[in-house]
Design a protein around this ligand. Structure first.
Ligand SMILES: Nc1ccn([C@@H]2O[C@H](COP(=O)(O)O)[C@@H](O)[C@H]2O)c(=O)n1
Length: 259
C-alpha cells in the first residue's frame, strides 16, 4: 500500500530555534518530541518515491530514513526552507554519477534557477503546471496565498478514488483556492501556531484556530498539521477534533487506495 512518511514537520526555522530557550525549544534540544526538522514528506509507491520539498534538513532526513539515493522531488515553492536541500542533492548526484528530476510549476523554477544556477547539470527541471502522474497518482498543483511571503503551491493527489492534498505553507485562501480542498480523504496542512498573535500583515501561514474554520468548510476526513513552529507543544493537548493529528517525524500514513 502507498505510504506518506513525514520527514519534517517544522516551520522555516525548525525546532529548536537556534536563538531560543523557551520550554518547547529546550525540550526539543534534549531530544524530546518537539524536535522538528523543516517540513518535507516522502510519498512511497510501488513505482518508487517522490519527495515533497527538499529543505535544509534533507541530509539528516535521508540519514534518518537510511535512504542512500533519491530520484524525484516535487517542490511547493522556492523558499529556503523548502528548497535548500537541492544543492546537497546535486552534490550527491555528482559523486554518484546519477541524475534526478525536480517537478514544480514553471514560475518556481525561475527562482530556483536564479538561486542555484548550476543544478540543471545534474537535475532535470520538469514543469508540472498542467498536472503530472506518478505511481498511479494524478497530481495537480494549484496556487495558494502565502500571505506576506507571496505565493506557494499546494498539490492534490488522486488515485483509485482516494484523494489527498499537501498544503504546507498557506494562509487566507480565496474561495477559488479552497475548492481543491473539498472532497478529500486526507489533508496535510501547515499551521505555525495554535493561535498566532503576530499582526495579520506580517503572517504567512495559518494557525490551528483558523485552520479549524477552513476544515469546517472543506470537511476532509483526516487531517495532519505540519510546518509547526516552537509555538506548538506537541504534548499540549490542544482542543482539536478527533480526526486532526499533529504530525511528527517519521509518522507513516497508509494511503488507502484499495490496491
Ligand atoms: N523571498 C523569500 C522570502 C522568504 N524566504 C524564506 O522562506 C521562509 C519563510 O517562512 P514561512 O514561515 O513564511 O514559510 C524563511 O526561511 C525565509 O528565509 C525565502 O527563501 N525567499
Amino acid at each position: 500500500m502507498d505510504q506518506l512518511i513525514f520527514l519534517g514537520t517544522g516551520d522555516s526555522m525548525g525546532v529548536p530555534r537556534v536563538y531560543c530557550t523557551c520550554p518547547v525549544c529546550q525540550e526539543a534540544r534534549s531530544g524530546g518530541r518537539n524536535r522538528r526538522l523543516r517540513s518535507s514528506a516522502l510519498l512511497r509507491t510501488a513505482e518508487g518515491e517522490l519527495l515533497l520539498d527538499c529543505g535544509p534538513d534533507w541530509v539528516e532526513q535521508m540519514e534518518g530514513l537510511g535512504q542512500r539515493t533519491l530520484t524525484r522531488v516535487l517542490v511547493t515553492h522556492p523558499h529556503h526552507d523548502h528548497i535548500a536541500g537541492l544543492p546537497e542533492w546535486f552534490d550527491a548526484c555528482r559523486w554518484t554519477r546519477s541524475r534526478g528530476t525536480v517537478f514544480a510549476p514553471g514560475i518556481v523554477f525561475e527562482t530556483i534557477r536564479r538561486q542555484y544556477p548550476w543544478l540543471e547539470k545534474k537535475l532535470a527541471f520538469v514543469p508540472n503546471d498542467g498536472g503530472m502522474e506518478f505511481g498511479g497518482w494524478q497530481i495537480t498543483p494549484w496556487e495558494v496565498c502565502h500571505g506576506k511571503n507571496g505565493y506557494s503551491f499546494a498539490y492534490r493527489f488522486v488515485k483509485n478514488g482516494y484523494a489527498w492534498a499537501y498544503c504546507p505553507d498557506a494562509i487566507h485562501l480565496t474561495e477559488k483556492q479552497k475548492k481543491p480542498l473539498h472532497g478529500l480523504n486526507m489533508l496535510v496542512l501547515g499551521t505555525n501556531f495554535y493561535k498566532e498573535e503576530a499582526r495579520v500583515e506580517s503572517r504567512s501561514v495559518y494557525d490551528m484556530k483558523e485552520a479549524l474554520e477552513l476544515l469546517a468548510e472543506a470537511k476532509p476526513q483526516r487531517v495532519y498539521f505540519t510546518h509547526m513552529s516552537h509555538g506548538v507543544d506537541i504534548d499540549a493537548g490542544y482542543p482539536l477534533p478527533e480526526h486532526v493529528t499533529l504530525a511528527s517525524r517519521e509518522l507513516t500514513v497508509s494511503l488507502r487506495t484499495g490496491e
